[in-house]
Design a protein around this ligand. Structure first.
Ligand code: HEC
Length: 160
């Protein structure tokens, strides 16, 4: 018990603070981490049930399930710049305060995230960059033919 508590405190202390970032328009133009993201790592993070779990809500990522609460991402990299992708991952509430999509790089813990994640972002800065690099490679047409955000009950999409 005590050991676990100590471990939790240690983990909390060693968590790096969020890297500062600047929102410009509907994007975060500058990378959060120094090194360029790795698309292959990003793909793994996106499909990992304990990390991104993106395919719970999105089709087009080549994983299972193929959720439809969010837009199909098969052409996300053709539609959105790296900076736009980054903001949508970091904190989509900037664009749509009611979005269902979790903010993957935020720590205020007020959006019902599991306690394991309280006090730290779901993804760290390097992981965000990996996922951005991966999404930037997605340039196919929308596999399901669905225009983004339409016809899916959860995806209330205010015009940005
Ligand atoms: C709980 C559901 C959910 C999860 C999990 C989720 N998203 Fe989303 N996502 C959405 C919804 C809904 C939208 C539509 C935007 C809105 O709500 O305003 C969206 C929008 C996006 C967009 C913008 C797409 C566009 O065409 O505008 C990208 C990119 C994106 N998500 C990537 C991801 C990635 C990558 C992950 C995993 C790291 C992820 N999402 C996890 C629900 C989710």
């Amino acid at each position: 018990m005590r050991a676990r508590r100590c471990l939790a405190v240690l983990l909390a202390l060693t968590q790096p603070a969020l890297a500062p970032y600047t929102v410009a328009g509907d994007a975060i133009p500058e990378p959060l981490a120094g090194a360029a993201g790795d698309p292959r790592r990003g793909a793994a993070i996106a499909r990992d049930a304990r990390k991104g779990l993106c395919n719970l809500c999105h089709a087009g990522l080549g994983g299972r399930p193929e959720g439809d609460l969010g837009p199909n991402l098969a052409a996300a990299g053709a539609r959105l710049t790296a900076g736009q992708l980054r903001l949508r991952l970091v904190d989509g509430r900037v664009l749509n305060p009611d979005t269902l999509m979790p903010s993957y790089y935020r720590v205020d813990g007020s959006d019902g995230v599991a306690s394991a994640w309280r006090g730290r972002p779901i993804l760290d800065a390097g992981e965000i960059e990996d996922v951005v690099a991966y999404l930037a490679t997605l340039r196919g047409g929308p596999a399901g033919g669905d225009p983004p955000g339409e016809g899916s009950p959860g995806a209330r999409r205010d015009t940005p």
